[in-house]
Ligand binder design. Structure first.
Ligand code: NAD
Length: 286
């Protein structure tokens, strides 16, 4: 059977390492800070945001939660971001998506200073990823790479098949792997037949948001299977895109859901905030 990749444990290790980094930053009189903007009362968004604030507290990152009613105007939101862009105590700005219809998500994302865009959604940071320059990378794909580092799996020359092409997961994951010299195939809802591609993967990234999309017959024996999906099954249980019980008998490595990619995503937001703080601190002391 496959070896389990314990995202929860890897994330806990990373948090521990961060805490001592933050402690020494604080001794130099410098506290990294994250601002999280939440619009409305979407229960999923509220729980994500709560988790992000809790994570910051745990490692010693200063955080601010800024809430608006779902009737807020785009102008008001942009004004808030403009203020946070200038705020010296805030190094990372995150706007929880989705936003209500009267607000353009693209406009909001582009209002964030790229240096504070810890979600890595600003087109400048996306462009930096495409051209392999230093910037910020979306937390979920960044977390996947960290996981593979933690289990010492080299990526160069491997065939990585990514199922999903969203701006948040599939596309940036594909680019990260390409930048690490993998051979990358990107699949999506129009790919036919999907299994013909997934069967060739040394590393398979399942990020479609479809329960039971990947079965044992869809993978190569010994493949590394990273399950990004977060779906509710008929019983209300959280499950991935991969049929875990059957695939784990054939894979070399596999991530569980929950306890795999999810905790890595969360820890990478903290990591990006620290990187942002470091870079801004260096600049201001020049
Ligand atoms: P999305 O809906 O924006 O994108 C899904 C992608 O999958 C699309 O590109 C689509 O073309 C493709 N797709 C859909 N059905 C397919 C099929 N049958 N065959 C092949 N491709 C198909 O979703 P997203 O934001 O990229 O998220 C994907 C999944 O990952 C969701 O379940 C989401 O909840 C989960 N997610 C998890 C984390 C985490 O931290 N664990 C973070 C982000 C997203």
């Amino acid at each position: 059977g496959a070896q389990l990749i314990d995202g929860k444990a890897i994330a806990a290790e990373k948090r521990k390492a961060m805490m001592s980094r933050i402690e020494s930053m604080k001794q130099q009189g410098f506290v990294p800070g994250l601002a999280v903007i939440l619009v409305g009362e979407n229960p999923a968004s509220m729980s994500y945001v709560k988790g992000k604030i809790r994570d910051c507290k745990e490692v010693g990152i200063y955080s601010e939660l800024i809430r608006f009613p779902d009737t807020v105007t785009e102008e008001r939101l942009l004004a808030e971001i403009a203020e946070l862009n200038e705020n010296k105590e805030i190094h990372g700005i995150l706007v929880q998506l989705p936003l209500p219809n009267q607000i353009s998500e693209q406009k909001v994302i582009q209002a964030i200073r790229p240096e504070k865009d810890v979600d890595g959604f600003h087109p400048i940071n996306v462009g930096r990823l495409v051209t392999k320059q230093e910037g910020f990378v979306s937390c979920t794909p960044a977390g996947i790479i960290e996981m593979l580092k933690a289990i010492d799996v080299p990526v160069a020359g491997k065939h990585v098949v990514v199922v999903g092409r969203s701006n948040i997961v599939g596309k940036p994951a594909s680019l990260l792997f390409l930048n690490l010299d993998a051979t990358v195939t990107i699949c999506h809802s129009k790919t036919k037949p999907l299994s013909q591609y997934t069967q060739q993967a040394d590393i398979l990234i399942a990020a479609a948001g479809r329960e039971g999309l990947i079965h044992a017959e869809d993978i190569k024996p010994g493949a590394i299977v990273i399950d990004v999906g977060m779906n509710r099954n008929a019983a209300g249980k959280l499950v991935g895109d991969v049929s875990f019980e059957e695939v784990k008998e054939k894979a070399g490595f596999i991530t569980p859901v929950p306890g795999g990619v999810g905790p890595m995503t969360r820890v990478m937001l903290l990591e990006n905030t620290l990187i942002a703080a470091d870079r801004q601190n260096k600049k201001s002391s020049l």
